[in-house]
Design a protein around this ligand. Structure first.
Ligand SMILES: [Zn+2]
Length: 269
């Protein structure tokens, strides 16, 4: 079954050519028209409607009515010459969602789908390997969001996403930590300075810590990805990244007895 034509088997009417035809032309078997579906999950980054057939046209107008999707891995697919368009710019689509109906708008000689695949730089590449296959590494990226409680300023600091920044104010000790993921869940706990590991917390159901009490150790793990995390020691430096959650020496981030003033977390690639 075709991945882009509804209830159809692909029939290629014109192949990809790196110079003269940077896409692939498809019709349903027996030269029939079909509805056009999203190749993969993504977001509509461009769509054009109201175009008519014009075989003398140039530039983007040669596409006629079209839809362009950006996928989770940064690549694009484009669906041209549509009779009509069923989606709007900014809309999120899943694989198999209806984008429009095959047509012959723009520079087209008969109804067909002109299908393109573009790389992360928006450069057209040969779509042939992807007609019946997933785009490479197209799983939705997981992000980790976290914040710490600054026990000097006595407030929660802004949320940090992945390792775009760190959570904490260097010099001010951390006494609370809260974490969640865009997919799956995370369990974590902190060690109270010169005391003990506090109870395990899941996602943002609670926070880990005793507000007002400094922490000297952090542990976390996720059911959907591997998290890498590290801490900064007050008046000192960042310690090594850790990815385990156990009783061994590298099963937590921190040095017991040394105050933590910042935390950084990222999803392992
Ligand atoms: Zn074409």
């Amino acid at each position: 079954m075709s991945r882009v034509l509804y209830n159809a088997t692909n029939q290629i009417t014109q192949k990809y050519n790196a110079i003269s035809h940077k896409g692939i032309d498809l019709v349903k078997e027996k030269n029939k028209v079909s509805d056009v579906m999203a190749h993969s999950e993504g977001i509509v980054v461009a769509c054009k409607t109201g175009q008519v057939r014009n075989t003398n046209t140039t530039g983007d107008a040669t596409y006629g009515n079209y839809v362009k999707l950006k996928h989770n891995n940064g690549m694009y697919t484009l669906y041209a010459h549509l009779k009509n368009v069923n989606v709007k710019k900014g809309e999120k689509v899943k694989q198999g969602d209806l984008l429009g109906e095959m047509g012959e708008t723009g520079k087209a000689y008969g109804a067909h789908l002109h299908f393109e695949v573009r790389n992360e730089k928006d450069v057209r590449i040969n779509p042939t390997p992807y007609i019946d296959a997933d785009l490479p590494n197209n799983k939705e990226k997981i992000s980790v969001l976290y914040q710490t409680y600054d026990s000097v300023k006595k407030k929660w600091l802004p949320n940090v996403e992945n390792d775009s920044d760190y959570a904490g104010n260097l010099g001010n000790v951390v006494s609370g930590l809260t974490i969640n993921l865009t997919q799956g869940s995370v369990t974590y706990r902190v060690h109270e300075l010169n005391n003990k590991w506090l109870p395990i917390v899941k996602d943002r159901e609670d926070y880990a810590g005793n507000l007002g009490k400094t922490i000297d150790g952090v542990q976390m793990q996720s059911d959907s990805c591997t998290l890498e995390y590290r801490v900064h020691l007050k008046g000192a430096t960042w310690l090594s990244w850790v990815e385990k959650f156990d009783d061994t020496n590298d099963g937590y981030a921190g040095i017991l007895g040394k105050e933590i003033d910042a935390v950084q977390i990222r999803v392992k690639k």
